[in-house]
Design a protein around this ligand. Structure first.
Ligand code: GDG
Length: 470
């Protein structure tokens, strides 16, 4: 067996559920930021990706794709329930997002989470070459760094958390908080989207483990774990090129025609998730219609809500609530051939998304809490002519970087309504100035810059970062 010098371990292989049923596999991104982000990087450097391939069976042997070989990890239906739907997405996900939804604590989920993490660690240990670097991703696999270190002390181990990491007051609620902390601290470098998260980890390590902490360092068990903020980004050049492709431009023109040439178009694109603030946004929009600030004859909202985690009850409930509210708003304010909201609960391909980004006058990204939010960055990258407005929640990691967006607190309904109106009515010169600031920042801080920064910090010899394009 060939072993790799770089191994990525993530919950999912970067494949859609319906991809590769017969082993004929191609790179197809699942919706979601993580696979999108890493997809680009691994094409550049010979590596192995360890992840769940979807489905229950071990699956066919997946071929090497480009430079990346795939190492599937099998999960039974019970394991999917306990590890993925349960502990990861019903306990950790809501808790880490400010508990905007009540986290559920079920003891039996923990055992499954631990067993599945052990399986991922064993798979990584098997495919990693001597002194290889292993980069473990996200909240699903928080125990893997320590497990892997026990199996393979020779490895360089990185961990990156794509979602927020909460303040001690929230983390302390977790029944297995000490094990989770020890798990993460098995890494040599723990990376976050924002500085505050690294600070939260240090405070918790002091409080729960009696660790000594220094500047971006936690001393625990005779080792030093480094920490830091590495805000994730997108392939800016790729999105810009996609948005400029003639078929995408033509599709955007058709969308604009279908929506109404003279209409102002507001656009939101989210996984259908309670952290994304879709309900707050709909309430604000309903009130703007009610108060007569926007009218269906001159303004329309397009809400793409990509299906997500549909086996988790709270997601099904959310979908019912959102669809009820969209129906009510359209019923009350729509006219024949002129709905107030176009609601699309279906996946789109990248070219369709790029066409939507081109079509929007105002992109509305208002999560209640979000690690980063790549949609906001994609919108900016797609607007090569410098037009368009971005309304962005202060609670998205992206707000720290895209500071010339129309920043908003989505919990403040009046503030949200006012900000939407300001964006709709802004002077084009003001919009251009705001957009150019964001585009400048993104050009310098793209996905490659992110990977380079993280991998350079992980392996200070520079060996890993050299594998990325300059
Ligand atoms: C997590 C964190 C963090 C959307 N619809 C479709 C589709 N997408 C793509 C978007 C974008 C990605 O999915 C969504 O990324 P986000 O960052 O907005 O959100 P999460 O999925 O919650 O991602 C987040 C991210 O990880 C990365 O670290 O930013 O905070 O929660 O790229 O374009 N992709 C496809 N079909 C769709 O219909 N293929």
């Amino acid at each position: 067996m060939r072993r790799s010098s770089l191994v990525v371990v993530a919950n999912r292989l970067p494949l859609d559920d319906n991809a590769a049923p017969d082993g004929a596999c191609e790179w197809r991104r699942s919706p979601g930021g993580l696979t999108g982000a890493l997809h680009t990087i691994l094409q550049q450097a010979p590596a192995t990706w360890v992840g769940w391939g979807g489905g229950q069976a071990p699956g066919p042997r997946l071929p090497t794709v480009g430079n990346v070989r795939l190492r599937p990890v099998a999960l039974t239906a019970d394991e999917q329930r306990g590890y993925y739907e349960g502990f990861a997405n019903s306990t950790l996900w809501p808790l880490y997002h400010d508990a905007v939804q009540q986290p559920v604590f079920q003891r039996e989920w923990w055992d499954t989470y631990r067993a599945v993490n052990q399986r991922f660690a064993e798979a990584a240990a098997e495919v990693a070459g001597r002194h290889a670097a292993v980069w473990v991703q996200d909240y699903h696999l928080q125990l893997v760094p320590r497990m892997l270190r026990e199996l393979r002390p020779d490895l360089l181990i990185g961990f990156f958390m794509h979602i927020p990491f909460p303040p001690p007051e929230l983390f302390m609620q977790l029944p297995r908080r000490v094990e989770l902390l020890h798990g993460m601290l098995g890494a040599d470098l723990v990376g976050f989207q924002r500085e505050q998260a690294a600070h939260n980890l240090a405070q918790l390590a002091q409080k729960l483990l009696g660790a000594e902490t220094g500047d971006h360092a936690i001393h625990v068990g005779g080792r030093t774990v480094r920490t830091g903020a590495f805000p994730v980004s997108i392939d800016v050049a790729e999105m810009a090129a996609l948005a400029a492709r003639p078929d995408v431009v033509a599709h955007a023109g058709k969308l604009r025609h279908d929506l109404g040439e003279s209409k102002r178009v507001l656009l939101s694109v989210d996984r259908l998730d309670y952290t994304k603030g879709i309900e707050h946004r709909l309430t604000a929009y309903r009130e703007l219609l009610r108060d007569g600030h926007v009218k269906v004859r001159d303004t329309v909202l397009v809400q793409v809500a990509v299906p997500s985690r549909e086996r988790v009850e709270s997601y099904r409930d959310l979908r019912d609530r959102i669809e009820g509210e969209v129906g009510r708003i359209n019923g009350e304010y729509g006219r024949v051939g002129e709905p107030a909201i176009h609601y699309l609960n279906q996946p789109f391909d990248r070219a369709q998304l790029a066409a939507l980004y081109r079509t929007a006058d105002v992109m509305v990204v208002t999560p209640l809490r979000d690690g980063m939010n790549l949609v906001a960055k994609e919108f900016v990258a797609a607007r090569e002519d410098g037009s368009g407005a971005l309304v962005l929640s202060e609670f998205a990691g992206a707000a720290a970087e895209l500071s010339t967006a129309f920043l908003v607190n989505p919990h403040d309904l009046d503030g949200l309504k006012q900000t939407l109106m300001r964006a709709l009515e802004a002077d084009p010169a003001d919009l251009r100035a705001r957009m150019s600031g964001m585009r400048r920042h993104l050009t310098e801080h793209d996905i490659y810059a992110w990977a380079r920064a993280y991998l350079t910090a992980l392996d200070q010899t520079g060996r890993l970062a050299q594998r990325l394009p300059q």
